[in-house]
Write a protein that binds this ligand. Sequence first.
Ligand code: ADP
Length: 198
Amino acid sequence: MKNEHITFHRGKVSRNDRFSVLGQKGVAVWMTGLSASGKSTIAVETEKILIGMGKAVYRIDGDNLRHGLNSDLGFSEKDRFENIRRAAEVCALFVDAGLIVLASFISPLASMRSLAREKTGDSFIEVYVKADVETCCKRDPKGLYKKARAGEIPDFTGVTAPYEVPPSPDLVLDTERYSIEDCARILADKILQFSALK
Ligand code: ADP
């Protein structure tokens, strides 16, 4: 709900001023893919590489936000949209602050990813972390696929809820073909190019 008495308060510092202080451009790295495709694992490794190079990086992921900011949300389509909307708003703030944000969210529908991109504008990289349902079922690090297939988790992406493969992501990380280390290195390189100040 919009309040007509609220106005946007502008500061005297631009986002480019903040970017100069940090020596990098803020960027939202939006990682989408099935549960267990490797989003969080690759984000953790990529964060380590970039922090080691003196970059200002922050990682947010679906599970972590659901413990706090989004703890009131479930997995219905409406709640999933709200989950993404809030995550994207948070992401946009961090990007505006100048951070490289590694955001891992299944974000199963193309419309959810568009919503996220809309919030961040041109500082957005969509990364498709690719692994098919069979591979994810075999990995099943949290035992969720087993439960979903036994009917214990409703609306589970890839089992009882859809995942729309991104038609034109900015980067594909095929975790069936490449190791965790290779994926992290490829992603870190892409981010370094994108976040470099001209
Ligand atoms: P997500 O965040 O997408 O739900 P996780 O990162 O939590 O996925 O889990 C991915 C699992 O797959 C981890 O147990 C990880 O060790 C394993 N894995 C195997 N190969 C890869 C790879 N090439 N890239 C990323 N994860 C991989």
